[in-house]
Design a protein around this ligand. Structure first.
Ligand code: SF4
Ligand code: SF4
Length: 345
């Protein structure tokens, strides 16, 4: 079990006694369909290749996976980046996005158009052969780095992500700091906290983001002289490897009921799916990365799915009226809410 002994107390609640059938559909809890807003973020999942195989990974990435962007889809994405000024942010994820086809072409095209580029890096990739220049490359192109560090304590990180990941991550952050990340306003470095995957029915909400950031800053500053900008806390959704783990412990439905019992309507306006498109390595379009992993395609009002090629053909990125929601969406609205940018409140 991965525990977080020195983390601040999170909100614990006994598991509701409700059965799965008592979890109302997400759209019913919202009082209607979740409406899409104008798209301004293009999140691209470049592929499943990764140098790690983390226990909580919702995309089930690993060194054994081979799926990645094709040159054809990459070219379509380059056209979207070039043609649509409404895209303010290009968010590159994976897998380890740096290992998958098209990473540098997409970075350079988006930066040339003045867009913010986020790279979701696991940091340990810096120490893989052939990737040693990444910190310098990130700084040169002023990439916004969002990096996983699921706890500030070594034992917890290594238990969740693999032996030695913590010390590699610390060393990688120190390298980024040496290039100006965390201090230069143009070089933003944010860290991501993932809670441990539940192993018993004593579920808890994600800890308070602001307080946990203070704890990270204090510990990492004191022990490693590390600087970063923001900490994002992200709730584990019952999908992918997390779902599999929960099912093994007969906890999937109780966890879902727990999340539903903590649905917070004030988070809904800020849900990340409202203004982003999530694209997979095949060029298929989803409302978010979680839906992508579950194979829940974004749909046009006529019920047909979209691809990047189709978006280019119809000449608009705003072809979706309603976000495709599922019961796991409660993971994004429980408590303070959750997104790729952390808490929603
Ligand atoms: S580093 Fe990220 S993409 Fe890779 S296995 Fe871990 S969670 Fe998944
Ligand atoms: S999982 Fe979260 S981000 Fe994705 S569609 Fe549901 S509420 Fe939106």
């Amino acid at each position: 079990m991965v525990s977080s002994p020195s983390l601040p107390a999170s909100i614990s609640t006994p598991t509701p006694s409700s059965t799965p059938s008592q979890v109302v559909p997400f759209h019913t809890a919202l009082g209607g369909a979740l409406r899409k807003a104008t798209v301004s973020i293009l999140q691209i999942n470049l592929g499943r290749r990764c140098n790690l195989a983390c226990r909580h990974c919702h995309v089930e990435a690993s060194p054994q996976r081979t799926e990645e962007l094709s040159p054809e889809v990459c070219q379509q994405l380059l056209t979207v980046i070039d043609r649509f000024d409404q895209i303010k942010t290009v968010d590159l994820t994976g897998g380890a996005p740096e290992m998958n086809y098209g990473f540098r072409r997409l970075v350079e095209a988006a930066r040339a158009k003045g867009k913010e580029v986020i790279v979701r890096s696991n940091l340990t990739i810096f120490f893989e052969p052939g990737y040693e220049d990444l910190p310098e490359y990130f700084a040169q192109h002023q990439l916004h780095v969002v990096a996983s560090l699921p706890c500030y304590l070594e034992n917890n990180v290594d238990a969740m992500r693999g032996q030695g990941v913590y010390s590699d991550s610390v060393q990688a952050i120190q390298i980024l700091n040496a290039f100006g990340y965390g201090s230069d306003p143009n070089l933003q470095l944010d860290l991501v906290y993932n809670p441990p995957v539940p192993t018993s029915a004593a579920f808890s909400l994600t800890p308070d983001q602001a307080q946990l950031q203070k704890d990270y800053e204090a510990y990492l500053g004191e022990h490693f002289d590390i600087k970063f900008n923001n900490l994002f806390t992200i709730t584990n959704l019952p999908i992918g490897r997390t779902k599999f783990h929960l099912q093994q412990h007969q906890l999937e439905q109780p966890y879902l009921a727990f999340l539903a019992a903590h649905h917070n309507p004030t988070t809904v306006d800020r849900l990340m799916c409202r203004n982003q498109l999530s694209i997979d390595y095949l060029g298929q379009v989803y409302d978010c990365d979680f839906n992508q992993m579950e194979g829940v395609l974004a749909l046009k009002p006529d019920g047909t799915p979209l691809t990047v090629e189709k978006l280019l053909a119809i000449g608009t990125l705003d072809a979706i009226e309603q976000v495709a929601t599922r019961p796991y969406c409660y993971g994004c609205t429980a408590g303070s809410g959750s997104s790729c940018g952390g808490s929603l409140l």
